[in-house]
Write a protein that binds this ligand. Sequence first.
Ligand SMILES: NC(=O)c1ccc[n+]([C@@H]2O[C@H](COP(=O)([O-])OP(=O)(O)OC[C@H]3O[C@@H](n4cnc5c(N)ncnc54)[C@H](O)[C@@H]3O)[C@@H](O)[C@H]2O)c1
Length: 395
Amino acid sequence: MNNSRDKIEKMKVCVVGLGKAGLPLASVIADSGIEVIGFDISKQRVQEINNKINPIPEEPELAELIEKHAGKNLIATNDVEDLRDCDAFIVIVPLFIDKNHQPDFSILQSAFSTVSSVMKENALIVLETTVPPGTTDTKVTEWLDFSEKKYYLAYSPERIMTGYSVSRYREFPKVVGGVTKEAGKKAYELYSQFCKEVQKVTDSKTAELIKVAEGVYRDSNIAIANELFKVSEELGVNFNEVREFANHKFCHIHKPGNVGGHCICVYPWFLINDYEVPVIKTARLQNDKMIEYYANQLKVQSGKILVIGLTYREGVKELAYTRSIPMLKLLEERGYEVYAYDEMFTGDEIAELGFKPSRNFEEMHGIILMNNVLSLKEDLMPFKEKVVDVKGALE
Ligand SMILES: NC(=O)c1ccc[n+]([C@@H]2O[C@H](COP(=O)([O-])OP(=O)(O)OC[C@H]3O[C@@H](n4cnc5c(N)ncnc54)[C@H](O)[C@@H]3O)[C@@H](O)[C@H]2O)c1
């Protein structure tokens, strides 16, 4: 054990993509004593890291890790030539879906063509981005085969959450699965250096489906919670009480609401696109329709409506797949005069998104409170009657 640890500690690891997922990972690896080169196409991101500036301030512990390791164990670069002596590459760049819900692999392909252009013989390559199951041993293999070198390829899903991206490596098991047994073993050894618990599964496809399954479970669970919530409303029953007492060791009903953000609303499409999964598809479509349900709760058919909370979650300045933008558009389609407010965005930023900023609660005919913005609770209480309180923030 000690021998293999010594051997791995001398490894040089490249993390490709230093975004909200990749930079915490690179910092945690550097903190374990491994030498890390972070590669990103963004010049600004690379400069910030090398100047010890934390570009993701909402991530606890990250600033300290960057301060401690930048310029030493953690060096960021835009230059592919700096990657030639790396023993392992971990790729963690985004994969978006288009308007037809089809995954767009272009960023991933570009990241892997970088890797294949510089990797040395017998390098270990691990993909962390969430992908449709089967991507690693088909598409990624094809992209890497261009190198005409021997390599070990594995998949390990990132399972971070904004705000917990550093602590997750201590607290959450890390799943790894190799395209071959040997690759799985090598990935297991690498991740064991900096993760509290590593779980090696049969192969990369299994590891890929584990991550997608997690998102699908949560999406379908929320769809059930949404239906039970609507039934509770019709019955005049408090759904929170129903949920509290229904949940036990074998029952885990989630909270009802909209589903936004990077993960849960994207990954079900990886299965819906290619498999017969009517339950998963219905859940996905119904969750997207929740904005209509909340818009229908407005007590007026016309007038000024303010949508509060633009981000997909309170406290995180991130608009990825937020339901607030579709909500604003839906209200516009219904003929309302629409305004937007989010304390994390300036008026100019809101205007750039194409909406009128306002914080004048009094002059509004209706307000849709999308997020649990506790700081506004006191100011909003006098207007409670006209607020559609999506997350029960005023309760
Ligand atoms: N942010 C989250 O909360 C979160 C949560 C769960 C999962 N994820 C996962 O992490 C993946 C990455 O998302 P993120 O949030 O880190 O994205 P991000 O947009 O924060 O960062 C992506 C980074 O990759 C860089 N990049 C783009 N193309 C590149 C290339 N060809 N080579 C090198 N760098 C490149 C960008 O410049 C950027 O810095 C997602 O697809 C998802 O699987 C993220």
